[in-house]
Design a protein around this ligand. Structure first.
Ligand code: MN
Length: 713
């Protein structure tokens, strides 16, 4: 165990102004508070907060952080209270300890929802003061180092997974690379001890076979630098077993090259010397294409700066080299601890290196729940980055596989919401194009633009995803409410009752709804039927067994039908109302809806064969009518099957006829092919059923075309 004076000396070595008195008092307070408590390892409990404090001294944190580390488990695990801590150590320490305590309280819950909630609290706490995160990371590091003492394998796995998914990426985000490497490697040891052992054995073998190869390479690199007139420090270090493992996974190969297991580092005084050192290296050794990265000219979002290059180096070994200044080295080593700003006793999270944290907060604000939040952020933190530019040359950093939609949302939520198109390097490109490094992206917006539910399938940033989901959610609810209201209205009319939302208020409780809108939404979603609601409002209809008859297919009095039918508008597909893929109903077709609980309504044409399977469940049928105003320009997709002669130009005349009649082919599939004829299915965007009928007629008049039918099921 670190002794009291040792700890104080360690802090004073890098911070002569440290609060020695507070450190001493915290040491004694924590030791007494934890008393005879023991860790799973059998060590006295106090060794844990002490080790956590020790880890933080390696990052040269201020005395407030060290004191917090010493006290971090006292409120949770001993009789000490927050008030006591605050009166003994002051407001700042009280707040920091409280921040860490709140996180511990819900830790180690195997439940996904609670893990997510924990993470949400962590983000909030660290945005208040990043030191809470640093203490938490050190706490987790020590718990991982002693993980093997925990008996329950399920619990061990859970801690390791949380470390891999949340704490290691966070450590990377705050620039603490060694911490991240160690956390990952310790988690790896839990998940896959055999793989880790074999990598360690292999590393040992290569090291032994190479004899003093690493030393020779370091000497050689030093020699060429000083010959070039540059004073440089050169070092080499072995990568962690986990990073070797990940590399093997990525490249699907075993490791043989030195570059797979070693990283060399050249540290010089100034930025100019970095490029000079790079020049010297590249003029001595051939560069390996694709390995060069200049993070000095374009730093990583967490502030990391360095030049990376790969060369066929000394003795023709392929090696990787990082070049940086002493200052950059310091930042790469200690991350945020080197450059945070204290304001009113808080380590504030302002400045560009905290952009990611502000983005997390933004996602947090708009996510539906902590689980959704966790899902978004987990994805994001794992990804490598691509660097893209606005037309003005501003840098936008996005995760790998990001699209122009992600780019638009990264600039501003509003730009994302109203984006309708994109120019990539001056050329109009689809919104789902995957952006590449260096792309210049111009976003085209429209005042009337709205997020498209389809986007959710390809966006990768949490911000874009939550905004799109939120939009879909609100739209969907509005549509369910509309639909539910219409269903009830018609139901009441049919039963001969006057419809008034007021009467519904009395039955809200029966349906466990807190407002009439909620009830509408539930109805629209198909969670209750109109008959059920009416039965609750007018019990006499129930007594009469007053189930309202479903619409019958044979019904002929068109006008009477219309009266009871529920109007549907040009709704955004994929929400409250879906068009069935079997019959492709078009405005003008006679239609019915089938209600599916929780999914809303699927629209079929009245003669669709798929309706056969719903004859036993009349309560699911809904009478529908089109409500499309004449200036509705929205396209609907109709499907036809066509048989054309297998001869030159027949496909050409087919598409010409469709085009001339203002149809837009959205899909074409050859379903059958013989020597003489092709049979195909064609999807055409049209305005209504009359439009499609015209096209069918025009096609039938075309000589090369044998037969045309509208597809039915
Ligand atoms: Mn702890």
């Amino acid at each position: 165990m670190i002794r009291q004076f040792e700890l104080v000396e360690r802090v004073k070595a890098y911070d002569p102004a440290a609060d020695e008195d507070a450190l001493n008092r915290a040491y004694v307070f924590s030791m007494k508070a934890h008393g005879l408590q023991k860790r799973a390892s059998g060590d006295p409990y106090f060794s844990h907060p002490l080790e956590v404090a020790g880890i933080l001294t390696e990052y040269r944190l201020d005395s407030a952080s060290i004191v917090t580390a010493l006290l971090h488990d006292t409120v949770e695990d001993t009789l000490a209270t927050r008030e006591q801590i605050e009166s003994l150590f002051g407001k700042e320490i009280g707040r920091l300890v409280d921040g860490v305590t709140k996180l511990s309280r819900i830790e180690l819950q195997s439940d996904q929802a609670q893990q997510a909630e924990n993470f949400r609290k962590l983000v909030l706490a660290m945005s208040e003061d990043i030191r809470v995160l640093l203490v938490k990371l050190a706490d987790r590091l020590h718990n991982m180092r002693t993980l093997r003492h925990i008996g329950d394998p399920e619990k061990r796995k859970h801690i390791a997974r949380e470390t891999m998914e949340i704490y290691a990426p966070l450590a990377e985000r705050v620039g603490m690379h060694d911490m991240k490497d160690e956390l990952e490697d310790l988690a790896f040891a839990e998940f896959n001890p055999d793989a880790r052992e074999s990598i360690l054995a292999r590393l040992g073998f290569l090291r032994a076979r190479g004899e003093d190869l690493i030393v020779r390479i370091i000497d050689e690199l030093k020699r060429i630098q000083s010959k070039g007139g540059l004073k440089a420090e050169v070092s080499g270090r072995e990568k962690s077993p986990y990073s070797v493992w990940r590399k093997m996974q990525r490249n699907h190969v075993g490791f043989e090259q030195l570059s797979d297991i070693m990283a060399f580092r050249v540290v010089v005084a100034t930025v100019a010397e970095c490029y000079q050192a790079l020049g010297i290296i590249h003029s001595h050794y051939p560069m390996v294409p694709g390995r060069f990265k200049d993070y000095i000219s374009t730093p990583k979002p967490n502030g990391y700066c360095s030049i990376h290059t790969g060369v066929i180096g000394p003795e023709r070994h392929r090696i990787e080299i990082q070049i940086r200044t002493t200052e950059m080295h310091e930042i790469a080593d200690r991350g945020v601890a080197t450059h945070w700003v204290y304001k009113q006793g808080r380590a504030r999270t302002e400045g560009p290196q905290y952009r990611w944290l502000r983005e997390l907060l933004d996602i947090l604000e708009h996510a539906a729940g902590p689980e959704e939040f966790l899902e978004h952020t987990k994805l994001e933190m794992f990804r490598d980055q691509v660097f893209c530019f606005t037309p003005k040359g501003d840098l936008i950093v996005l995760p790998q596989a990001a699209t122009p939609v992600d780019f638009a949302y990264a600039i501003h939520s509003e730009i994302g919401d109203t984006c309708v198109g994109a120019k990539i390097n001056g050329r109009i490109s689809p919104l789902k194009t995957i952006l590449k490094n260096g792309d210049q992206v111009e976003i085209l917006t429209s005042k009337t633009g709205t997020p498209n539910p389809e986007w959710e399938r390809f966006v990768v940033t949490g911000k874009a995803r939550t905004r799109v989901r939120r939009f879909v959610r609100t739209q969907q609810r509005a549509q369910y409410i509309d639909l539910g209201r219409s269903i009830l209205q018609k139901q009441f009319e049919r039963g001969g009752y006057e419809f008034s939302p007021k009467t519904l208020e009395e039955v809200l409780e029966t349906f466990r709804c807190s407002s009439v809108d909620d009830l509408y939404a539930d109805l629209g979603q198909g969670l209750h039927t109109g008959g059920e609601v009416m039965g609750a409002v007018f019990p006499e209809t129930k007594a009469k067994g007053g189930k309202v008859l479903p619409p019958r297919r044979a019904r002929t009095k068109k006008d009477k039908d219309k009266e009871h039918a529920i109007p549907i508008r040009g709704l955004i597909p994929g929400m409250a109302v879906h068009f069935a893929g079997c019959c492709h109903a078009l405005p003008g077709d006679r239609i019915v809806g089938i209600v599916t609980a929780g999914k809303g309504v699927t629209v079929h044409t009245i003669d669709c064969e798929a309706l056969e399977s719903f004859t036993d469940t009349p309560e699911r049928w809904l009478d529908l009518a089109w409500d499309v105003d004449s200036n509705d320009q929205e396209g609907h997709v109709g499907r036809i099957t066509v048989v054309v002669a297998n001869e030159r130009g027949s496909l050409g005349s087919l598409s010409t006829v469709i085009g001339r009649n203002d149809g837009n082919i959205t899909n074409l599939k050859i379903t059958n092919r013989s020597t003489d004829f092709f049979e195909m299915t064609i999807d055409i965007e049209v305005q209504n059923v009359r439009h499609l009928t015209n096209i069918i007629a025009a096609l039938r008049a075309t000589p090369a075309i044998n037969s045309v039918e509208r597809a039915r099921g």
